[in-house]
Design a protein around this ligand. Sequence first.
Ligand SMILES: Cc1ncc(COP(=O)(O)O)c(C=O)c1O
Length: 408
Amino acid sequence: MSSLDIDFVRVQFPAFSEPSLQGQAFFENAGGSYTCQPVIDRLTRFYTQRKVQPYAPYEVSRLAGAEMDEARARMAAILGVDTDELSFGPSTTQNTYVLAQAFRQWMKPGEAIVVTNQDHEANSGPWRRLADEGIEIREWQIDPETGSLKPEDLENMLDERVRLVCFPHCSNVVGEINPVTEITAIAHAAGAFVCVDGVSYAPHGFPNVGDLGPDIYLFSTYKTYGPHQGCMVIRRTIGELLPNQAHYFNGDVLYKRFTPAGPDHAQIAACAGMADYVELLSAHHGGPISDAAAQGAFVHDLMRGQEVSLLQPVLDAVKDRNAVRLIGTSDATRRAPTVAMSLNRPAETVAAELAQHGVMAGGGDFYAVRPLQAMGVDPAQGVLRVSFTHYTSQQEIDQLLEALERVL
Ligand SMILES: Cc1ncc(COP(=O)(O)O)c(C=O)c1O
């Protein structure tokens, strides 16, 4: 297994050579990542050369539509699903609201949905609102100390009335990676479908959703080096079962069924740039050159290896400090590099102090109010969150550690 060529990686992100950003170490990647050059190139080309209604019979329009199709086909291949099982909506939150509306129509009073109190509100609130339709909402709760979800607790909550289990691949404050395959198997054995929020996981390497097994998998491309879209994998069985949410005459096209509004053509086309980036990384590091799913897996492991080795020293530096409560596990191999800390003063103030040292981070509740409350953290005080990705350099980590030493 080769290790990540960080210089090559950073050349693909114009933000790193942007003069106004020099000296600024970026640690709010879980909020939204920098954008890679292939995405910017495609977006620029679309707006300058192809910004017409797509799929009409003139050349520019044909190119616009073909690029949108390319984005769906190539991303679906990386994710290990069929092209029509992938669709784009404005954001993950808007996507879950549309899906919840479909479940609202499909489910009957007395049936049940399992949600967690580990999720970002996007994969929680929209489902909980089905209670006013007579749907029973069961909450799979985290351990208040560790923030972990235990699969055996879920097992005890399932019966024949549960139609859907919603949980995160990785929480945006706890950071621990949940065993999606194991949890999905438990839910499927009880006859329930599974909806996974992958927003906090996908930036650290696209997963093979086909192999992982959930029925629905969601992530946000503005956090995966792309433009501002929400990406949905909706597997065929559930997608054909749920009522169509789009115009009635689009209901027989799987990828249109859960995107009621006209899509953002340019941004969808630009999502092909994320596939370009995966391909570039794979080729540069001697990985597979033709099979997209194999490239995705190779790049996933490259990113993960790099991130885990940079993450452990960060966790070690904060885990035993008196003034800090590290949220989630201190074992880098079990978590994403999204590190939230509860402090003895408002987190936003501390983030502002970090900014004085050229560290860009955030403090607050990050729309993860429920998990923070469940762990006894006052959402008003919030958590300081430092989050990074594979493109973060050792030098930036050093800058972070020095700045933390001064402000904590
Ligand atoms: C884990 C998680 N899920 C969902 C969302 C919501 O995504 P979007 O902004 O695309 O609605 C976020 C955004 O921060 C998130 O971190």
